[in-house]
Design a protein around this ligand. Structure first.
Ligand SMILES: NC(=O)c1ccc[n+]([C@@H]2O[C@H](COP(=O)([O-])OP(=O)(O)OC[C@H]3O[C@@H](n4cnc5c(N)ncnc54)[C@H](OP(=O)(O)O)[C@@H]3O)[C@@H](O)[C@H]2O)c1
Length: 230
């Protein structure tokens, strides 16, 4: 049974990834940071035998540093850096605040790399060997015609660079790294007017992740596999 490790798995896309991988029979390590808003995830874990909730705040370095010992010699096939924040406190020119921007960079850009470093030995012994960064079309410099969203755009553009760099550095280990934009999805972050459901987005992304090859590593992709402009 392959294993997937998912951050921010208590709601939104992360919860949907957890449900769908669990239904497919994968072993799921589903990370949450607060028990109080993770009741759906905890209930699902009690109803299945292949989903394990694990407490991880990706901005907490102490928790990150415990990962390699806790999961020592466990094989991980897919690592999904799903947890993210939208930086809505500092979106527009004239409202920018340094500490808010730093929070967004730490969560969306730096922590995925630190978690990858902590779990690299687990991925090396897995079969699928795939790292996924949940990015956004907002990261695209070519596509930016609407402006605003400074911290979110910058953090996801930098995440894309992290993913691309991992694809180069880990190619000898046959580890693939993909930056995937899930579409505009109906979650707390995406809002009710978003175009697609989490079910639809995640179903496509799982197929994309399962079918990706070494040639896809380092790509910036829409959930359906379309290549996006950097
Ligand atoms: N929805 C969209 O339309 C859309 C579009 C493009 C990209 N994305 C990206 O897709 C990913 C998931 O988005 P979503 O729509 O599902 O967002 P969401 O509904 O706001 O959920 C965000 C998830 O990230 C977790 N999280 C945030 N900071 C964390 C931290 N420091 N440590 C651990 N977990 C943390 C949250 O946990 P808590 O519940 O504890 O806060 C929650 O589980 C994000 O990276 C987002 O940028 C989404």
């Amino acid at each position: 049974m392959p294993t997937v490790f998912i951050t921010g798995a208590n709601r939104g896309l992360g919860l949907e990834f957890s449900k769908q991988y669990s239904t497919l029979g994968w072993k799921v390590i589903a990370c949450y940071r607060n028990q109080e808003n993770s009741t759906d995830l905890i209930r699902i874990s009690e109803e299945t035998n292949n989903l394990t909730p694990y407490k991880l705040d990706i901005t907490n370095e102490k928790e990150i540093n415990k990962l390699s010992d806790y999961f020592f010699e466990e094989k991980f096939d897919v690592l999904i850096h799903n947890a993210g924040i939208d930086g809505n406190k500092c979106e527009d020119f004239g409202t920018m605040d340094m500490s808010d921007w730093v929070d967004v960079m730490v969560t969306n850009t730096i922590s995925p790399l630190l978690v990858t470093q902590a779990l690299i030995d687990n991925l090396k012994i897995g079969k699928h060997k795939t790292i996924v960064g949940m990015t956004s079309i907002m990261a695209s410099i070519d596509d930016n015609q609407s402006g605003g969203r400074y911290s979110y755009r910058a953090s996801k553009a930098a995440l894309n660079q992290v993913i691309r760099t991992l694809s180069v550095d880990l190619s000898e280990e046959k580890i693939k790294a993909l930056a995937i934009h899930p579409g505009w999805v109906q979650t707390d972050m995406g809002g009710i007017n978003a175009k697609i459901t989490p079910e639809e987005s995640v179903k496509s992304m799982i197929a994309l992740i399962n079918n990706c090859t070494d040639a896809d590593s380092g790509s910036f992709l829409l959930y359906d596999g379309t290549r996006l402009p950097w």
